[in-house]
Design a protein around this ligand. Structure first.
Ligand code: GDP
Ligand code: IMO
Ligand code: MG
Length: 424
């Protein structure tokens, strides 16, 4: 396998975790380069369900080197909880297979409080964040007053930096009527988690570059989805990191030439958690997913995901900007019992046909989906193991979406299990 990145092409929860897990078999190193524990990646393997938030899904293979890169915002307490849960499920995690960049910015308790308070203050204009402190932590990073793991390992240095940062942060908290933090309190809160993580925290640059020089295969695990990207997403209803393939470069410290293959993960339909535009949203289809199939509930917050038809205006744009070389279409089985299936092929905005998503916020409110309708296949695909064994109408649906996306399909998911993956 070539060095590859797995990137979500929609609004997250496309099934990146499952695709990364599947591809890890042929990889030596698996790297997360952005986002934080706002992510929730579900993998089902050997009859067991694992949920990963910060740790690359590659950890489930035991002997693979996993790296949490500098571009990630890291909640130490959340990470320790995640490690303990995985260990209780028999996953081996040690300093030998999990390295954490000492340049990663740290999510501190006041980031989470500010995230929640700002959401409340937005009222009906809320973003619907995961309340994991992601936005405030990336804001501190950009404001140049964030704290990195390397800053927190020495107690005196850490206390001084936190105290300086708290001067402003406490003022912000006071505006929302929240209690004040002290530097000692903040450090005490995270100290046990930092101590537990210490053996993993290092400069990951030599490790990654040595692996590259030695010809090892590197797999990047994207988090969130392209339309949550801070530049290209449905701004301001986005997350605070670069979720595109480009983000993997700055978030890991590996150069662009170290990625040869970009695998774009896309559900056979569309889902979104949180607020913001969703042109092909369909309430009947959402009800069907939640009530009849009992699926599409978030892995991080448990919220019901909004559901709708596949939107190829978005998909084509995603493929273009991420440089997708292969599509991984997941959850095809979610459409198994549908009589007909719609695909959104363009938007009508003020009577004009658009095949690129708009940048103007208010244009999203006026966009009307233009659909093509294809016949369903009305039978289970869950046992299919090859392209040829898929029902004819399922193949026709996949071929049409690939044509609209102008990208070839490399993988098709027909169930949540590692084994339910068709290589095309
Ligand atoms: P991620 O955040 O992109 O890793 O995706 P999530 O794990 O949050 O959400 C994807 C959901 O779909 C999870 O519950 C997966 O177990 C499930 N899943 C992934 N691929 C497939 C598939 O092909 N079919 C079915 N039925 N479920 C899938
Ligand atoms: P994975 O990696 C789906 C969404 C939130 C909210 C917006 C901003 O599992 O695909 P944030 O907490 O990041 O400030 O919230 O982004 N969001 C996700 N939606 N999957 C995710 O990750 C998400 N991470 C953030 O719901 O709308
Ligand atoms: Mg998810």
């Amino acid at each position: 396998m070539a060095n590859s990145i797995v990137v979500g092409l929609q609004w997250g929860d496309e099934g990146k975790g499952k695709v990364v897990d599947f591809l890890t078999e042929e990889a030596d190193v698996v790297v997360r380069a952005q986002g934080g524990n706002n992510a929730g990646h579900t993998v089902i393997a050997n009859g067991e369900k694992y949920i990963l938030h910060l740790i690359p899904s590659g950890i489930l293979w035991g002997e693979k080197q996993c790296v949490i890169g500098n571009g990630v915002v890291l909640d130490p307490i959340g990470l320790v909880t995640e490690i303990e849960k995985l260990e209780s499920q028999g996953v081996k995690i040690s300093a030998d297979n999990l390295a954490i960049s000492n340049r990663a910015h740290v999510v501190l308790p006041y980031h989470k409080e500010l995230d929640e308070a700002r959401e409340l203050a937005r009222g009906d204009k809320k973003i619907g964040t995961t309340k994991r402190g992601i936005g405030p932590t990336y804001a501190d990073k950009a404001n140049r007053n964030g704290l990195r793991l390397a800053d927190l390992l020495n107690k005196e240095v850490a206390l001084e930096l936190i105290a300086t940062r708290l001067k402003d942060a406490n003022e912000d908290l006071a505006k929302y009527g929240l209690s004040q933090f002290t530097a000692e309190g903040v450090l005490e809160n995270i100290a046990p988690a930092l101590e537990r993580l210490k053996p993993h925290i290092k400069d990951t640059i030599p490790l990654l570059h040595d692996a590259r020089k030695a010809g090892q295969t590197i797999l990047f695990e994207g988090a969130q989805g392209f339309f949550l990207d801070i530049d290209f997403g449905t701004y301001p209803f986005v997350t605070s990191s670069s979720t595109s393939s480009g983000g993997a470069v700055s978030g890991s410290g590996l150069p662009p030439q170290s990625i040869q293959e970009v695998i774009g993960v896309c559900k056979a339909y569309t889902t979104r958690v949180g607020s913001g535009p969703f042109i092909s949203e369909n309430n009947d289809f959402s009800d069907y997913m939640h009530n009849e199939l009992g699926r599409e509930f978030g892995a991080t917050t448990g919220r019901a995901r909004r559901c709708g038809w596949l939107d190829t205006v978005l998909l084509k744009f995603s493929c273009l900007i991420n440089g997708v070389t292969k599509l991984a279409i997941t959850n095809l089985d979610g459409l198994d019992e549908r009589e007909t299936i719609d695909i959104c092929v363009a938007y009508d905005i003020d009577g004009v046909r658009h095949t690129y998503p708009p940048a103007e916020r208010d244009a999203w409110n006026r966009a009307i989906p233009i659909y093509e309708t294809l016949p369903g296949w009305k039978c289970s695909t869950e046992e299919c193991t090859t392209w040829e064994s898929l029902p004819e109408n399922a193949r026709a649906y996949l071929s049409r979406l690939a044509e609209l996306a102008e990208t070839n399909i490399g993988f098709v998911g027909v169930g949540p299990d590692r084994k339910q993956t068709i290589v095309v």
